[in-house]
Design a protein around this ligand. Structure first.
Ligand code: G6Q
Length: 547
């Protein structure tokens, strides 16, 4: 599909891995565990309070050695340094990639274009903290003098998925006297349902948009403004008390009518999908309070330090990134399932879908050459145990190899009777069953009639990681997100792609703009799309006015 020359990471380690794969493809995890009785203790890592058991992967010490060599040959060490130094590694947008600066302590300094960005980060954090405290304490009041009890974040993509995920994940720590809602879709239903039971006099809108030009967000923001003004008698001065903005674009924010004093800034070196710990997290901070927000940032930072300073063989994000690459490029696995056994993490897989797939869904290298190997796999998942009663069937007995990340916690935030032991028993049982399966002999020994045996055999040899932490706190959430961010970075580096642009998303933003007037215009438009698109537009125009 492209005229660019093909490129391949044909480093010696890649070639050696391809050869090594041939010797390992038919080796069963049952045998790997039988050959090394301490495998389950040996192939584990612990850092920054995160425990990773990676023993149930289809690897040997030789695989690990070659994967580490691959990382070295791909220049991962230099790339990590370049990112943390603020080099413009997002080459197609000519930008630095510095989400790590968002959680850097005050004592650090990171220079971008001659300026230390760390003081600016902390100034915004302090401004967010002041504002959040005023809202939470009831000092900040609405136009009529009522306390703000509802906060609605309006944003989409990176300006929505992080805030929603973090709110759900940290609900336990949130102010339960307040209501938080999230409006993202341009489908009017999203807005209508979010505000139907809210009193405008008690509602604050946080308009979150890096560019402040995104169609969905600006449409919803204008609808929110009209809804609020209608509810408060049309007095325009009310906007100042009920709208704040999170953006990099002060000019557009003032054009909308929001005082830039009520704007919380971030910078072009923060990618949308890497922004939940910037001012985009304002709704999170209002929900959980500044102190909890800061402890989330310190969790992010401790994983950053681990990633930056730990040798690759003991580096959790590096290892997880390399394992994903091992299955994607050598076993031809097309997906990764993320399975949190923690109800509060129900939006974590959706969050990771953007982080991983928008970052590594690329088919050209940094130099613009077409890759001749597979890049970013499809990420998906649902919380356990629910998924077990639906799609796990395919993971256990289907024809595809689906590496799984199980995520569990030693302690529940809602300890109720035996629930937590039962939940965790399922984590361990699923990972065990996937790895070891059940042979025909074992099935027969259970008294299964011969004709039924093939249906009840589990081949096993299905790889998984088990990630454990003490309990879900703001700090641990920060660590988990940073873990996946850096795993994505590791993969992108070896694939030689730019994990930080998103031209596919930009395309979507532009395409609809052309069709909107063709749907809205009063007279028949002269259509010049393909025959299918023309026909669909004509049909819609006819039908939308119909009874
Ligand atoms: C994220 C993407 C994308 C973006 C949204 C919203 O990395 O670029 O999901 O976050 O399109 O963009 P704005 O924040 O500019 O409204």
């Amino acid at each position: 599909m492209t005229t660019a020359v093909d490129s391949s990471p044909q480093t010696p380690a890649w070639a050696a891995l391809a050869k090594h794969y041939e010797t390992l493809r038919d080796v069963h995890l049952r045998d790997l565990f039988a050959q090394d009785l301490s495998r389950g203790q040996r192939l584990t890592l612990e850092a920054a309070g995160i425990y990773l058991d990676y023993s149930k992967n289809r690897i040997t010490d030789e695989t690990l050695r070659l994967l580490m060599r691959l990382a070295e040959e791909a220049g991962l060490r230099e790339r990590i340094d370049a990112m943390f130094r603020g080099d413009k590694i997002n080459v197609s947008e000519r930008r630095a990639v510095l989400h790590v600066a968002l959680r850097a302590p005050k004592s650090e300094s990171i220079i971008v274009e001659g300026q230390d960005v760390v003081p600016a980060v902390h100034a915004v954090l302090d401004k967010m903290a002041g504002f959040s405290t005023r809202v939470r304490s009831g000092t900040w009041r609405g136009h009529t003098g009522k306390r703000i009890v509802n906060v609605v974040n309006v944003g989409i993509g990176g300006s929505d998925l992080g805030p929603v995920m973090a709110y759900e994940a940290l609900k336990h720590y949130s102010d339960r006297s307040m209501t938080f809602r999230f409006v993202s879709n341009v489908d009017g239903t999203d807005f209508a349902e979010a505000v139907r039971d809210l009193d405008p006099a008690e509602t604050l809108f946080v308009i979150s948009s890096k560019t402040f030009t995104t169609l969905e967000t600006m449409t919803n923001a204008h609808t929110a403004r009209a809804w609020m003004l209608a509810g408060l008698g049309g007095d325009e001065t009310a906007v100042a008390k009920h709208f704040v903005a999170v953006s990099t674009n002060a000019a557009e924010v003032s054009k909308f009518g929001i005082d830039t004093a009520n704007m919380f800034e971030f910078w072009d070196w923060v990618g949308g999908r890497y922004s939940m710990d910037s001012a985009i997290g304002l709704s999170t901070m209002i929900a959980i309070g500044p102190e909890n927000f800061r402890s989330m940032l310190s969790g992010f930072h401790s994983m950053d330090v681990h990633f930056r300073t730990t040798p690759f063989e003991k580096n959790i994000p590096v290892l997880m990134g390399l394992l994903t690459l091992w299955y994607t490029d050598f076993f031809d696995a097309q997906t990764v399932a993320v399975l949190p056994y923690e109800q509060y993490l129900k939006r974590f897989p959706a969050y990771l879908q953007q982080l991983t797939m928008e970052s590594n869904g690329k088919h050209v290298t940094l130099e613009g050459a077409h890759v001749d190997y597979e890049t970013g796999p499809v990420y998906w998942g649902e919380p356990g145990t629910n998924g077990q009663h639906s799609f796990y069937q395919l993971i256990h007995q289907g024809t595809r190899l689906i590496p799984c990340d199980f995520i569990g916690f030693s302690k529940s935030l809602n300890p109720l009777g035996r629930h937590h032991d039962m939940l965790m028993a399922n984590v361990f049982a699923q990972a065990e069953a996937l790895a070891f399966g059940k042979t025909a002999e074992q099935v027969k020994a259970e008294g299964t009639p011969d004709w039924l045996v093939p249906h009840r055999v589990f081949e096993g040899n299905r790889p998984s990681n088990t990630i454990l932490a003490d309990k879900l706190t703001p700090e641990v959430l920060g660590k988990l997100v940073a873990l996946y961010e850096h795993s994505v970075f590791t993969q992108g580096t070896i694939w030689q792609i730019n994990s930080f642009d998103q031209w596919g998303v930009e395309l979507g933003k532009a395409l609809a703009q052309r069709i909107i007037p063709e749907l809205e215009g009063p007279s028949e438009p002269a259509l010049s799309h393909d025959s299918s698109t023309n026909n669909l537009i004509e049909r819609y125009r006819r039908e939308k006015e119909g009874a």
